[in-house]
Design a protein around this ligand. Structure first.
Ligand code: PLP
Length: 442
């Protein structure tokens, strides 16, 4: 295609979008005008052929990288065979997908309920916990994101807690976040102990026998990539056990390789009752999510109807893409790669950036799941204002890097397959932009 033709496509895409597409999470007049037409690995191209390093993994979901050939091929083959089936029917692809997911879970998990994404995975996990325990209340943290449907958005504890008619029996508490500790803690151990004491008080005050579940992101993602401090998740498990409360771990963002492990909770001494997943399970090539159910909860429904279901639950294209994704991640050691690139390239490079830029208050993370927290003053930890974050974001895009920017943070979240060279290129861009776009700041 000629340049003028491709430029024309870019403009046409923007024009049609502007006229007819209603966007989420932004005022319609202010949504992004960036176009994305194609991708490969950790890179995408706009309609005019301009290349970008995708250090957002879109919405932190493209773990296997864009357009993995084996996954694309599996979707193509499944499309030739059958493109839709009712959830009540039996189908080989669905069984194969569930078997592979269960193989990653701890012992004592044998069943998977499939959904269309992460929010409805949490909806259904909440419903299962309520039906299993016969209790109503759900506890979740203030700094969390669990999705944007009825109960999931009520569970969400970040700025997106919109007024919601489904709000019922829901209580928020503070999770650990040492950099901005609610508990005046100065060490991870102190933060862990005090956050657990706070949760214990909340449980006691709410009445333990009214609480169906505690719902936690194993590593809160959108809210800031806060790795749980030592002993915290084990302590939550212990509190839940003491009171017959179910523990739901939301692995929608942190699962399937992002943390450098199959499930993020594999790195902690904790065992959930329900695991919710989406995103990385098939990198969003086809919408998919679900709940992995522990045996005692699954048994609740042996002779009792689970009143839930979705027309596209276990959709064949999604199932075929899950099978191919998990097989490729296994055979190409993609999870191991994510762990190594985090430890050997991303982590050290971010530490180096922190030494050179006063605006970086803290970096934290593991695998391909990192946050840079930007401040006007390292001592007061005053968050960098929105206008400056907006300038940083535009400058990064201008230099050919798609960033994930949330509040005063840049999340460094490339696909698991990112190479050391791509990390070095991205770091050079962050470095330059932090120097030029923040001049006069702080
Ligand atoms: N849970 C977590 C931890 C998430 O990060 C998200 C989305 O970002 C969701 C749930 C919701 O997933 P979905 O957008 O697929 O409904």
């Amino acid at each position: 295609m000629t340049d003028s033709l491709t430029e024309g496509l870019d403009e046409l895409a923007r024009e049609l979008d502007n006229e007819h597409v209603f966007h989420s999470w932004s005022a319609q007049s202010q949504h992004s005008t960036l176009t994305v037409a194609s991708g490969r690995g950790s890179r995408v191209w706009d309609h005019s052929g301009r290349e970008y390093l995708d250090f957002s993994s879109q919405l932190v979901n493209v773990n296997i990288g864009h357009q993995h050939p084996a996954v694309v091929q599996a979707i193509r083959e499944q499309a030739e065979l059958l493109t839709t089936i009712a959830p009540s029917t039996v189908n080989l692809a669905r069984g194969e997908a569930a078997k592979r997911i269960v193989a990653r879970a701890p012992s004592g998990f044998h069943k998977v309920f499939f959904t269309n994404g992460g929010a409805d995975a949490n909806e259904n996990a909440i419903r299962m916990a309520r039906l299993h325990t016969g209790r109503d209340k759900i506890l979740s943290t203030y700094r969390s994101y669990h999705g944007n449907t009825g109960a999931a958005v009520v569970a969400t504890g970040d700025w997106r807690r919109v007024p919601n008619e489904f709000a019922r029996a829901h209580v928020h508490f503070f999770g650990p976040y040492l950099y901005r500790s609610e508990f005046w803690a100065s060490t991870p151990e102190e933060e862990s102990e005090r956050a657990l004491r706070h949760l214990r008080r909340v449980i006691e005050s709410e009445g333990p026998s009214s609480i169906a579940a505690v719902l936690l992101e194993t590593i809160p993602g959108t809210a800031g990539i806060m790795l749980p401090p030592p002993g915290y998740l084990a302590g939550v498990r212990e509190l839940c056990d003491r009171h017959g409360i179910m523990l739901i771990l939301d692995e929608v963002m942190c699962g399937f390789g992002r943390s450098g492990r199959w499930f993020a909770f594999d790195g902690y001494d904790v065992r959930p009752d329900l695991i919710t997943f989406a995103k990385g399970v098939n990198s969003g090539y086809v919408p998919a999510g679900g709940v992995v159910i522990s045996d005692p909860i699954a048994a609740t429904f042996d002779d009792r109807v689970f009143p839930g279901g979705l027309t596209y639950s276990g959709h064949p294209l999604a199932m075929a893409s899950i099978v191919a994704t998990l097989d490729a991640m296994e055979s190409e050691s993609i999870v191991e790669h994510a762990r190594e690139i985090g430890a050997e390239s991303i982590g050290p490079a971010l530490e180096d950036l922190t030494e050179r830029h006063e605006a970086i208050g803290e970096v934290r993370g593991e695998g391909v799941f990192w946050a840079m927290e930007l401040v006007t003053d390292r001592k007061t930890r005053e968050p960098l204002p929105a206008a400056a974050m907006g300038r940083l974001k535009s400058a990064l895009v201008g230099r050919g890097l798609l960033p994930f920017v949330m509040e005063n943070r840049i999340h460094v979240v490339p696909p698991c397959v990112v190479t050391a060279e791509e990390v070095a290129d991205a770091m050079a861009i962050y470095d330059e932009v932090l120097s030029t776009a923040l001049e006069g700041e702080g």
